[in-house]
Ligand binder design. Structure first.
Ligand code: PMP
Length: 399
């Protein structure tokens, strides 16, 4: 099998399995005062340290959650009823929960998925000083949320500049770094963000565990209440086994500096795949910007061929695993909100396929894809009622 769906989820690293199995041997509840309780808490605090190190945070700024979805929901819950601005291409766990809970303005993106601080909504900038800047109960823009890297097309936004702009508007700043974690170097202090969402299963850790970085002193309201865990910030008995797995995945990334491997080894493979698709497949185009994109992700559209059909044929005929849009959105039949926000074209959206490479991806895998993909696309275009060649775009192949 050629697995090119690492952005949906990545296989458990062997080191992660070992750490999880060892944590399974523990019987203590981490909150208990007895010895097994302490030993279990040690596992959790070791993991917290590795995760903090991976993003340049202090351990006490890391809050464990059940994943990226909960971290994003936790943030929108803090700002419930407040004025917030979020980019049009956020993950649904941010976009939908912000729309439900907050007075939300959608920040438009350009054709590559980039956000400009000039597009932030106009509110009076309050005359804040020092700590009072963190008073979110004033009727101004309270929060801006823009993802560090997009999960469908891989666009990386200039978070440092956007956070600076948000702060100048008197707003706090959150970024969803779920897809960027381990793929590019991240430092929360350098980016100067107030909150950051991360998740374990995109970096070889288990599903069902994630974290929210909360800069010391930032406003906080728990989403899940009814327990003293995480200093009252998130109730529920600690998921020691998952936390140990997340910690081991973070340790792997820290020890191997995985962002360097992605840049040196995986990005050239991604670029090769892109080059070959655009050169060999008629009516193909890339939705992933050449610059400012994650090193392992490529989203392409194949006019007059349906993305889901391409996905199914690649699986059935070539044992090649890819996805359309994001795994979370697949199957609902709606065009991707990300491609609609960037390209505003339902045909381009419906014909898009996401290839996401992992640390194990090889040149042979790329060759294997290119053995099957052109024929599958040609066959689908041949039976389509749509006419390919309607849409002319730069950076595309036209027959
Ligand atoms: N944000 C982004 C950008 C994601 O890609 C995902 C996972 N698809 C999530 C949040 C949700 O993370 P989790 O699966 O850990 O809930």
């Amino acid at each position: 099998m050629v697995y090119l769906d690492y952005s949906a989820t990545s296989p458990l690293l062997p080191e992660v399995k070992t750490a999880m199995l060892s944590a399974m041997e523990m019987t203590g509840n981490a909150s208990s005062l007895h010895t097994p309780g302490h030993l279990t808490m040690n596992i959790i605090e070791d993991a917290r340290e590795e995760i903090a190190k991976l993003i340049g945070a202090k351990p006490e700024e890391i809050l464990f959650t059940s994943g990226g979805t909960e971290s994003n929901n936790t943030v929108t819950n803090i700002f419930a009823g407040k004025n917030v601005a979020v980019s049009a291409i956020e993950h649904p766990s941010l976009l939908e929960s912000a729309k439900l809970r907050c007075n939300t303005t959608i920040i438009p993106v350009d054709k590559d998925g980039r956000v400009s601080g000039r597009a932030f909504p106009a509110y009076d900038v309050p005359d804040f000083d020092g700590e009072t800047k963190k008073d979110i109960n004033k009727a101004h823009l309270s929060l801006v949320s823009v993802m560090l890297a997009n999960n469908e097309i891989g666009t990386i936004n200039d978070i440092k500049a956007l956070a600076k702009e948000a702060h100048a508007h008197g707003a706090l700043f959150h970024t969803d770094a779920t897809q960027a974690l381990g793929k590019i170097k991240i430092n929360v202090k350098d980016l100067d963000v107030d909150y950051m969402t991360i998740s374990s299963h995109k970096i070889g850790g288990p599903i069902g565990i994630g974290a929210l970085y909360i800069k010391k002193g930032s406003p906080f309201t728990p989403l899940i209440i009814g327990g003293h865990q995480e200093h009252g910030r998130r109730a529920g008995t600690y998921q020691t086994v998952n936390i140990a797995g997340f910690g081991a995945a973070a340790k792997y990334a820290n020890n191997h500096q995985t962002w360097e491997i992605y840049n040196d080894k995986i990005k050239p493979l991604r670029d090769e795949l892109r080059k070959r698709i655009l050169a060999e497949i008629p009516y193909s185009s890339s939705n992933t910007p050449k610059n400012h994109s994650l090193p392992h992700l490529l989203n392409c559209s194949f006019e007059a061929a349906e993305g889901e059909s391409i996905q199914l044929y690649l699986d059935a005929e070539g044992d090649i695993i890819v996805s359309t849009g994001s795994a979370c959105a697949s199957g609902d039949g709606k065009p991707s909100h990300v491609i609609m926000a960037t390209k505003n074209d339902a045909e381009i959206a419906h014909s898009s396929v996401r290839f996401s490479l992992g640390l194990d991806t090889t040149e042979n895998d790329i060759n294997h894809v290119m053995k099957y993909l052109p024929g599958i696309v040609k066959r689908l275009q041949g039976i389509s009622t749509l006419t390919a060649g309607k849409i002319k775009k730069e950076d595309s192949y036209y027959a």
